[in-house]
Write a protein that binds this ligand. Structure first.
Ligand SMILES: Cc1cc2nc3c(=O)[nH]c(=O)nc-3n(C[C@H](O)[C@H](O)[C@H](O)COP(=O)(O)OP(=O)(O)OC[C@H]3O[C@@H](n4cnc5c(N)ncnc54)[C@H](O)[C@@H]3O)c2cc1C
Length: 205
């Protein structure tokens, strides 16, 4: 197969669908570092097609309905990992309590990408040009992470990001929730891109 033909077609992998968080965790633990989860696929699919990454097992988590919610509970705004960019841009609870996050979602790509891309996927992918990191760090947000069955940990978004495309996540871990303290923080989001990185990203309060 010629190179030009190979590019654009991912290497072969086994596709598995998980319908609950426990099922996804079980598969991740079983397959170890040979597996990745697929959420909206907006970053992972292009990387697989360009062969910038490869997997033996792809665990599709998009059907896990338990990871799609936005609610206020305790002193937190809680957003499930599979909530899409469009929902974040338009959700009233998020608009009322974390407007800077809604604004950062409006600035992501186009309607197609916003329809499928998820907040958990964006944080896990850790593109240095990603919109959510500056907004969530300003909001002092944290993520809930699950690894082995029954284990859960919380990490500040400011600690999750370790560098371009690098996070504190282990291969068997799943981001399940983004948690924002209800601090009354008010701000505005704007950014400007240049050369594939965020040159200026400002959260003004
Ligand atoms: C044309 C285009 C333009 C874009 N422009 C922007 C932009 O301007 N700003 C911006 O911020 N983003 C942009 N993006 C990226 C977009 O926001 C993606 O949706 C996002 O980066 C990844 O989310 P996803 O749900 O599609 O994740 P996927 O592509 O499915 O997965 C991405 C990575 O995260 C992992 N992952 C996914 N979910 C989880 C989880 N819950 N727990 C642990 N790991 C997980 C996957 O294994 C994979 O490694 C753009 C994308 C495209 C295609």
């Amino acid at each position: 197969m010629g190179m030009a033909y190979a590019l654009g077609i991912p290497r072969g992998f086994k596709y598995v669908r998980a319908s609950t968080v426990d099922e996804a965790l079980k598969l991740l633990n079983e397959y170890g570092g040979d597996a990745k989860v697929l959420a909206g696929g907006m970053s992972l699919m292009p990387m697989l097609k360009l062969r910038m990454t490869e997997v033996k097992y792809l665990i599709d988590i998009l059907g896990i309905n338990d990871l799609r919610y936005v609610k206020v509970e305790g002193n937190y705004l809680r957003i499930g990992a599979l909530v899409t960019h469009n929902d974040i841009a338009m959700n009233k609870l998020i608009n009322d309590n974390a407007k800077v996050l809604s604004e950062s979602a409006w600035h992501i790509a186009d309607i197609q990408v916003r329809n499928l891309g998820t907040i958990g996927g964006s944080l896990a992918h850790a593109d240095p040009a990603a919109n959510y990191y500056p907004a969530l760090i300003a909001l002092d947000a944290e993520v809930m992470i699950r690894g082995g069955i029954g284990t859960e940990r919380t990490v500040k978004v400011s600690e999750l990001y370790k560098g371009p495309y690098t996070t504190d996540l282990k291969p068997n871990e799943l981001i399940t929730e983004v948690r924002i303290p209800l601090s009354g923080f008010r701000g505005a989001f704007m950014n400007s891109l240049g050369g594939g990185v965020v040159r200026h990203s400002r959260v003004l309060s």
